[in-house]
Design a protein around this ligand. Structure first.
Ligand code: NAP
Length: 494
């Protein structure tokens, strides 16, 4: 940052231009709020849908539901549209709602600090300082890919990359490829690359539960109908919403969970003939403990003769391959990491400094906590989109984002009514919310279903998930309980 650059002052600074940052910006514009910027570290908007371009990348929530309620799109090509369409949809929303002029690209934020005397935030980015009384952190849960620290990885002589940083210039044809991880990303790209590569060693640490996906193209007559009669798409969206809420039931009811496990087993049995392979693909934990995946082409791909499923643990990587605990050595020329992200360790948390001079990371000590996953005691005029305890395992996360945005807008209205300069939740209200989530999550399949998952943070607390149906979050988070907030007037000496 240049010492000579004058700080830019705005009413609001949004950090991150993914779905939540753009959604927030659209709703602000709709309210007539124009004085805000969106700081984005990349050179384009889109967040996880800009970064994840691996072959087969798509959303596992139907596009009609994985889109803003206020911006339906009649043109989705299939029920689960691919990454490029989702990314283009978000870019089109930014254009249509005149958000582009608020975007500041290549601005990597390194510090966000509250100035108590001035009652405003100072945000330090790679080029300058930005001042605003209000900051909205919309930097996403899946922004920083995680590559495991496997011994010897630095000495690998071949090509290696993470699925979120796919190198499309690298030709996989004829290569001996190792894929590490069998999560939501890997099960999408493995079927796409299997036929190209010479051999594919798939390193599975824990098998996922997989249900059928039933994707199909949306016929042109239906797209024409949605264009001509938008209400028809509203009905389709409402139907999907209701169906996906039903998918929540197995998480909370053991008998229904048994039925879901039986259907997932049937799905595998219909696609994998080899009983020995089936045995290695069958999870030993309750369905839902980890995210349930949807795929119709993963099992058929890994049953192909050029694929070997490796379930032993990795000891170390050598220049020419991977050594296993059983002493075997798999010779490979490419390693692709499908090893995901770390949603419970938000990358900016160590750099956001609140009213008491402590950072979010220091306050959280490995276990993020927020009031309705949105506001944090000790951090005035600050909101997190997709913060702690807002994750879902069954439906569209954009439903949560929209409810959080509503919460933030109501808070701004309340500040105006109270003529307040700052607002933050009371520590008691935040603790009550967190305890309520903890109680609701205890004993559930997510916490004690017999697996290790990224839902549980470093302290073992489930700080990732919202414990109920999304409808409850939408109803309750978008309602403001003013008594849970502390409003403060402008300082006379400010
Ligand atoms: P993920 O679901 O976290 O899966 C990571 C995989 O890597 C797991 O199989 C994990 O095994 C394995 N792994 C991690 N570290 C390892 C190590 N040191 N050695 C061996 N294996 C290791 O990551 P992801 O597939 O990238 O997906 C992340 C999240 O992104 C998803 O849960 C989902 O929320 C989102 N996503 C969504 C979509 C969508 O369609 N909406 C698509 C892709 C991703 P363990 O299970 O044993 O830990």
């Amino acid at each position: 940052m240049s010492d000579h650059a004058a700080p830019h002052t705005h009413r609001i600074i949004i950090i991150g231009a993914g779905f939540s940052g753009i959604g927030m910006a659209i709703r602000l514009r709709e309210r007539g709020v124009d004085d805000f910027v969106i700081l984005e570290r990349a050179s384009d908007l889109g967040g996880t849908w800009r970064d994840n371009r691996y072959p087969g990348c798509a959303c596992d929530v139907q596009s009609a539901l994985y889109s803003f309620s206020f911006a339906p799109n009649a043109e989705w090509s299939s029920v689960f549209s691919p990454q490029a369409e989702i990314w283009n949809y978000l870019k089109a929303c930014a254009q249509r709602f005149d958000i582009m002029r608020h975007l500041r690209f290549r601005e990597t934020v390194s510090r966000v600090a509250w100035l108590e005397h001035e009652q405003q935030w100072v945000v330090t980015s790679s080029t300058q300082q930005w001042h605003a009384p209000q900051v909205i952190l919309a930097s996403g849960a899946l922004s920083d890919p995680v590559t495991p620290a496997i011994a010897g990885l630095g000495g690998f002589a071949g090509k290696q990359f993470h699925s979120a940083q796919w190198d499309h210039s690298y030709d996989l044809r004829g290569k001996r490829v190792a894929v590490i991880g069998t999560g939501a990303s890997a099960i999408q790209f493995v079927p796409r690359i299997q036929a190209q590569v010479e051999s594919l060693h798939l390193f599975q640490r824990t098998p996922p539960w997989i249900m059928p996906r039933h994707d199909h193209a949306i016929p042109s007559w239906r797209r024409a109908l949605y264009r001509a009669v938008p209400a028809a798409q509203t009905v389709a969206r409402a139907t999907l919403y209701a169906q996906r809420e039903l998918m929540f039931v197995p998480f909370r009811h053991r008998a229904v969970r048994r039925f879901a496990e039986w259907s997932a087993r049937r799905h595998m049995e219909s696609q994998v003939r080899d009983p020995a392979l089936r045995a290695r693909l069958l999870p030993t934990y309750g369905i839902g403990c980890k995210r349930v995946l949807l795929s119709d082409n993963y099992y058929p791909a890994i049953a192909q003769p050029n694929v070997s499923l490796v379930t032993d643990a990795i000891v170390r990587v050598h220049a020419d391959g991977i050594e296993m605990t059983d002493g075997r050595h798999h010779a490979v020329d490419t390693i692709i990491f499908g090893t995901g992200f770390r949603p419970t360790d938000p990358p900016l948390a160590p750099f956001v400094i609140g009213r008491h001079g402590t950072t979010l990371a220091e306050q959280w000590r490995g276990s993020p906590q927020a009031y309705w996953g949105t506001t944090v005691a000790g951090f005035p005029n600050f909101a997190l989109l997709l913060g702690p305890n807002t994750g879902l395992g069954h439906t569209s996360i954009l439903l949560v984002v929209e409810a959080q945005i509503e919460h933030v807008l109501k808070l701004m209205d309340a500040m105006a009514r109270h003529d307040a300069a700052t607002v933050e939740p009371t520590a008691a209200a935040q603790s009550r919310f967190v305890e309520w989530c903890n109680t609701a999550l205890s004993g559930t399949v997510w916490n004690s279903g017999g697996c290790d998952s990224w839902y549980l943070d470093r302290t073992g607390r489930n700080s990732a998930l919202w414990p109920y149906r999304v409808g409850r979050f939408m109803r309750e988070a978008s309602r403001l309980r003013e008594s849970d907030y502390e409003f403060r007037p402008r300082r006379v000496d400010a």
